[in-house]
Each structure stands twice: as structure tokens, then as C-alpha cells.
Design a binder for this molecule. Sequence first.
Ligand code: PNS
Length: 158
Amino acid sequence: MTLALYPGTFDPFTNGHLDVLERACRLFDRVEVTVAVNVGKTPLFTLEERCDLIRRCAAHLPGVTVATFEGLLMDHARARGATAQVRGLRQVSDFDYEYRMLFANRRLYPGLETVFLMPSEAHALIHASLVREIHRWGGDVSSFVPPPVLEALRAKRK
Ligand code: PNS
């Protein structure tokens, strides 16, 4: 059984995240969406809310679990026995950060491979930070996020 982690802050989980997760499920037996405690930032959704939303968005994907972590991702990966982590790559501008993180992570845990997956072009420009920004000013984010997240965003406004 291959286990891959799909780590991130997912604040909020977007259609782009879901697209990457669905692709990861075609490659690995089990995929754990590993939700990071958002150190140093005040998240829009709490850790529990983010996990609950991801579970609802991924209900159609049988191999998916959701877990949280705080600290070094590679310590968590080793403890879980993961052999890979999946990261979404949208544009060239993502590459620099991802490339640096990959090599740092590899030193910390050489047993783990990082696999980059690209979402469909329809989702290539979605950033969770843009979704938060548009939502803050009352804009329509219905084409950026799955229905459970849209519902939760609307409920936050009430
Ligand atoms: O959704 P994001 O913000 O792109 O996710 C980044 C995340 C949480 C995966 C990354 O910042 C991370 O792994 N943080 C945990 C701390 C850690 O292990 N840092 C070392 C990276 S070399």
C-alpha cells in the first residue's frame, strides 16, 4: 500500500486543491491530506473547520484521509510511513519556493519523494489567498471553491 501525503494550509480548500487530490488518488493507494497548523497567521477557517470541509469535499474519494500536523512535515511523514508527498504546481512562479522546499525536505527525510502534479488549466490560477481576498470584499468565489466551502464562506459572512 502506497501512502502519499498532500500537505498544505488549505485556508480554504479550493477547486485547484481538489483537482490535485483527485489526480493523486489515481497514483497512490492512500492519500492523506495533511493540514498544517497555520503558525504565525490568523486563518480564516480553524484547523477543525478546514479538516471538516476537506472531508466533505473529498467524500467521493475512498482512499483519502485527513490529518493535522504541527512542526516539521518530514517528521510527520516519517512517523506515518509515507513514501511520497504531493504538491500542486500551478505556474512557474510556484517553482522557486517548491524547489527549495523539496531539497530541504529531502535532507530531512531522504526516504520520501516529492511528486508535483499540475491541476487542469481551469484551476491553474486559483490561490487560496485570492479566494480569501475576494470573499473579504464580498466578491463571488463560487467558481473557485467546492460547494461545501462556498456554503461555509457564506455562513461566515452572516
Ligand atoms: O499551503 P502551503 O502554505 O503551500 O503549505 C506549505 C506547507 C505547510 C506544506 C509547508 O510550509 C510546511 O511543510 N510547513 C511545515 C514546516 C516544515 O516542515 N518546514 C520545512 C520545509 S523545508
